[in-house]
Design a binder for this molecule. Structure first.
Ligand SMILES: [Zn+2]
Length: 240
């Protein structure tokens, strides 16, 4: 059985190892644990952990929030159907399903109305694919619109704009002057999409993250620090 030390606000799992020379604390979605050398005494471990109490509690709070968000997201994913909320440009569209012979999908007064044959309506994967297709087309429109607005403000002319399906990035740009953007930005509030577009366009002026680069970003998006942090904190959530 795992050895557990109880502290004021949390419990810590002790993992002993003959090969370890030093102690290492870890906090993740499963909780807090510390890996220690085989013979380290419990009182010494208590001392080590006590020094890091503040850091551990902060990390645990973040992990707890993430766990709750993930549970919520899983619930939402599993139950994609009538009444599901589809995040689109900072709003939540309510999914409304109707049984018909032909497939059609359209936004109408805060709703995303999807019409399809019965077998399709009962298939969550196909439903998701349909909705993502619609979102992708909207993303292409909106991102191109954004590029047109901000290329003038930044003062650059991208050679090409590609809207892609990335798992781990929001945008990129290449030395050939082309800009790539993640279609999932359509899930984010508009000013976040703006920020990413501005960020990538500014790379056409400065191919780095130097002070000069950030000054260019700030010139067009004075709120860029807040937007950047929002994306860092919430970006992983931007999916259906
Ligand atoms: Zn960058």
């Amino acid at each position: 059985m795992a050895e557990i030390l109880v502290f004021d606000n949390f419990e810590m799992t002790i993992i002993r190892s003959a090969r370890r020379k030093t102690a290492a604390i870890k906090v993740d979605l499963d909780g807090a644990s510390v890996r220690v050398p085989q013979d380290l005494s419990a009182s010494r471990i208590r001392e080590l952990v006590a020094e890091k109490t503040h850091w551990i509690e902060q990390k645990l709070a973040v992990a707890e929030q993430k766990r709750r968000d993930l549970a919520l997201q899983n619930q939402r994913n599993a139950a994609l159907g009538n009444g599901s909320l589809i995040p689109v440009q900072g709003r939540d569209l309510v999914l409304e399903l109707h049984q018909t012979v032909a497939v059609a999908i359209a936004e109408n007064a805060g709703k995303l109305v999807l019409q399809a044959p019965r077998d399709l309506l009962g298939d969550a994967d196909q439903l998701r694919a349909l909705i993502e297709q619609w979102l992708f087309r909207l993303a292409v429109q909106e991102l191109n619109f954004c590029i047109n607005v901000y290329k003038q403000k930044v003062g650059v002319m991208p050679t090409a704009v590609q809207i892609k399906d990335y798992r781990a990035r929001w945008g990129s740009c290449k030395p050939d002057g082309s800009v790539q953007l993640n279609w999932r930005l359509i899930h984010a509030p508009m000013h976040i999409m703006d920020y990413v577009v501005i960020h990538e366009l500014c790379h056409l002026l400065e191919m780095n993250h130097s002070k000069r680069f950030w000054l260019e970003v700030q010139r067009v998006d004075p709120q860029y620090r807040v937007n950047r942090k929002w994306l860092k904190d919430n970006g992983w959530r931007l999916t259906l």
